[in-house]
Ligand binder design. Sequence first.
Ligand code: MN
Length: 233
Amino acid sequence: MSDNLLFAPMPQATAEIDGTDVRFPVNRIFCVGRNYMAHAQEMGAPVDKNTMEPFYFIKDARTALIPSGSTIDYPLKSNNYHYEMEFVIAIDKPGFRVAEADADDIIYGYACGLDMTRRDLQLIAREVGRPWDFGKNFEQSAVLSPIVPRSEVGTITEAAIELRVNGETKQSSDLNMLIWNVREIIAHLSQFYHLQPGDLIYTGTPEGVGAVVSGDKIEGSVAGVGSVELSIR
Ligand code: MN
């Protein structure tokens, strides 16, 4: 620790890399809103790709990120706590105004993520035009599986994505149903931010989101990537 800091800073957020003890230092967690049509429709906000652009929110990595397999308490100040199963991309190179054709070059690998959501607080904010932070950016709200390197699994553009609660399938779709695919998201987001090594992008959830209660066990998977698990105490 530097000797001129007032107190010890929170540790760097890191994620497991599959098959190695080397860890992936996590910088920002970007999340894409409404990136599967059937989910946008179930949220009452259909997307027209011809007239709309993707939008994002950010979760604070040091407080939100937790590993797959965690058991956590039901969150504070919510009575409608939802799972959202997502395909996650992990960036390991700087990217600014990245062309779609070059987007894969800044992807280190892929993971399974849960964008846990206090839906009641998100919808209250949405109704009055306030930021989504209370609904989205809270402690232990970003669950992540080990990252699989793209160098090992290849570039993934389609794969089954699923989520089960207590063994019952709740979400089932394919990455090829993304409204804005991974290359389009990187090209778009890198117009607004200088993407940095360590940034994660949660690419959005398919339809079938729903509430969980204490005692539930969530398991999500993306074919060829792995699985993510979370238990609610
Ligand atoms: Mn989401």
